[in-house]
Design a binder for this molecule. Structure first.
Ligand code: ACO
Length: 336
């Protein structure tokens, strides 16, 4: 590996999902819905939740499992990126808690908030830091990415159109510098659609035109509000666009991929993307039926399951697609 040939490669994975399964039958007792409607419209049978668990506990558990698989010491980590939209606090960042819990005292640490695209956004950052050689800055050789979400805390369990979708979970990867790894990336955002998925802050301060600061009364429960149809339309347009652009940049065609890893928002979205891109469904694994949408945690949890069950082999070519609130989207094409 030379200074000009440093790529970001996933070395190890870890994950954590709570034990308690919130089934469709249980949701039918909470809102006016049915198991049939949820399965037909979303593909979800159950989701794991534990609103009493801190994001920090989930994130640090997934991180420790990934670190253990990598065989590295916490001191080998140069950078920690956490992705979350449900941090326990406005500040400090989740990444700093994880850094402290691991004793990764050589790593700098920060969070990103890119909704369900958090994993691909974090991979893009890890890849950029690993590949870049900067004067008077320490080389970044090992990055820990943790995506951890307590969506049950911000889910409005009186809103049947959104509460059936979400679950809790955390996924982590250790990324290292190698000659093989990320081949291409295509990252985007469409802020004009920002209001399609909103979880408001506890208090909202606005500055009026004449310069006064007005603070709105505290929101009692900061529930997530989503325009499902708009997000659906966005996803089936944006994911194929990013996919085709990412593959073109990598010089690959869809049939050369071993796996297409998609954000797990809805099985109908996954199937629509499979149809539009002519993908082989056997190469598009999913967990949505068991875990629901765990936002940015979906992709690393799925990768960890595939890795631990021996499905992923060194040299496999993967296209990984995220999309979510922001609206954000992006694709990373990588060699495993
Ligand atoms: N049970 C029964 N009926 C329901 C339910 C429910 N749980 N939810 C909605 N309905 C009803 C609606 O009220 C509507 O009834 P009406 O026709 O009498 O008005 C009917 O079902 C159809 O509603 P739609 O919203 O058109 O249903 P759709 O087929 O679009 O499915 C869904 C809704 C599942 C939310 C879908 O739009 C979707 O998956 N969107 C994408 C969501 C997503 O991907 N979010 C990811 C981002 S989240 C993040 O970043 C954190």
């Amino acid at each position: 590996m030379t200074e000009n040939n440093r790529r970001a490669r996933i070395l190890a994975t870890g994950s954590y999902v709570p034990e308690f399964a919130l089934t469709n039958e249980a949701l039918c007792r909470m809102v006016d819905t049915s198991d049939e409607w949820i399965r037909e419209r979303t593909g979800i049978r159950e989701r794991r939740i534990n609103p009493n668990l801190s994001n920090r506990e989930m994130a640090s558990t997934a991180a420790k499992r990934a670190l253990e698989m990598s065989g590295l010491s916490p001191l080998d980590l140069d950078m920690i990126i956490c992705s979350t939209i449900t941090n326990d606090n406005y500040t400090p960042s989740l990444a700093c808690y994880v850094q402290g819990d691991l004793g990764a005292s050589n790593a700098f640490a920060f969070d990103i908030n890119a909704g369900c695209s958090g994993f691909v956004y974090a991979m893009e950052n890890a890849s950029a830091f690993i590949s870049s050689s900067r004067p008077n800055a320490k080389a970044v050789n090992h990055v820990l990415i943790v995506c951890s979400e307590n969506l049950s805390r911000i889910t409005d369990y009186t809103d049947r159109s959104s509460c059936v979708l979400f679950g809790d979970g955390a996924g982590a990867v250790i990324v290292g510098a190698d000659e093989v790894g990320v081949l291409a990336s295509y990252m985007r955002a469409d802020g004009k659609g920002a209001n399609s998925i909103v979880a408001p802050a506890l208090t909202a301060a606005t500055v009026t035109e004449d310069g006064r600061v007005e603070t709105a009364p505290p929101v009692e429960k900061p529930g997530l509000v989503m325009n499902g149809r708009e997000v659906y339309r966005f996803a089936v347009r944006a994911v194929p666009e990013a996919f085709e652009a990412g593959l073109k940049l990598a010089g690959l065609t869809a049939d050369q991929l071993d796996y297409a890893i998609l954000h797990q928002a809805n099985l109908r979205i996954i199937n629509a993307v499979i149809d539009r891109l002519g993908l082989d469904p056997a190469k598009v694994p999913f967990t949505i039926d068991r875990y629901g949408n765990t936002s940015s945690a979906c992709i690393p949890v799925l990768l960890d399951e595939m890795n631990r069950s021996g499905k992923l082999k060194r040299g496999d070519k993967l296209a990984i697609a995220g999309f979510g609130s922001g609206l954000t989207y992006g694709v990373i094409v990588t060699e495993w």
